[in-house]
Design a protein around this ligand. Structure first.
Ligand code: ZN
Length: 224
């Protein structure tokens, strides 16, 4: 029987024994589990500690959740795509909003991310179509205007004879920079350029704005 040591420092191991353990850091003795942890820790907001907790939970919870999760990920990767016209998340391309005859194709609402469409649709306050930029101009993060699909936006405006472009972007520095860029881009176009009015908190994310605030912001949108 091995007697547990109370104080490791009293019985230091030889350097040659300690070195390999130290160089492995906090890795498990399973390359497969390490790969899972590394993959999970690349998810936004997850560090190694949380990734380890999730990975252990997945492999310990009788395996069914892990299997369901891997199937759901595989299915989503195979079926979910971006609408080639508006950039929304969809399984059909073009998406239901782009193909709907009930939507007003002359009005185009520009959003940064596909999730920004959801609160607007849920509130039912906009019957036009959307255009997803995919990102906001952010030089500090290395995102320049040339990285965003502005040529496609201009093509859509011409193709659909768009009469109003509504900028529904976050009221952050990046949102303001992008709005200003679009304003300059469209200043020669014969259309009304509006943006969401008061209500969106400064620095706030559109996707997390409550319905009523969003509705008011939409109602009182003002010319840019
Ligand atoms: Zn679409």
């Amino acid at each position: 029987m091995v007697t547990p040591r109370k104080d490791n420092s009293a019985h230091p191991k030889p350097i040659s024994d300690r070195a390999p353990i130290a160089s492995r850091g906090s890795e498990f003795q399973s390359p497969a589990l390490e790969r899972l942890i590394r993959s999970l820790s690349r998810l936004p907001g997850l560090g190694r500690k949380s990734a380890t907790r999730i990975a252990l939970y997945l492999i310990q919870a009788d395996g069914s959740l892990g299997e369901e999760l891997s199937e759901a990920i595989a299915e989503s990767l195979a079926q979910v795509r971006r609408c080639s016209r508006c950039g929304a998340i969809t399984e059909d391309d073009p998406c239901a909003i782009c193909t709907s005859q009930r939507r007003d194709g002359h009005r185009l609402c520009v959003v940064a991310s596909p999730v920004d469409i959801l609160p607007l649709e849920k509130a039912g306050i906009f019957q036009g179509r959307y255009f997803v930029l995919g990102s906001l101009i952010s030089p500090l993060d290395g995102v320049q205007a040339g990285d965003l699909p502005f040529p496609r936006l201009l093509a859509q405006i011409a193709e659909n004879e768009v009469k109003e472009v509504i900028l529904a972007l976050d009221s952050s520095v990046e949102g303001e920079t992008t709005s200003l860029y679009i304003q300059r881009l469209l200043q020669e176009y014969p259309l009304k350029l509006t943006r969401l009015a008061t209500g969106i908190p400064v620095g706030g994310a559109l996707a997390y704005t409550d319905e009523e605030t969003l509705q008011r912001a939409f109602e009182f949108r003002r010319p840019y």
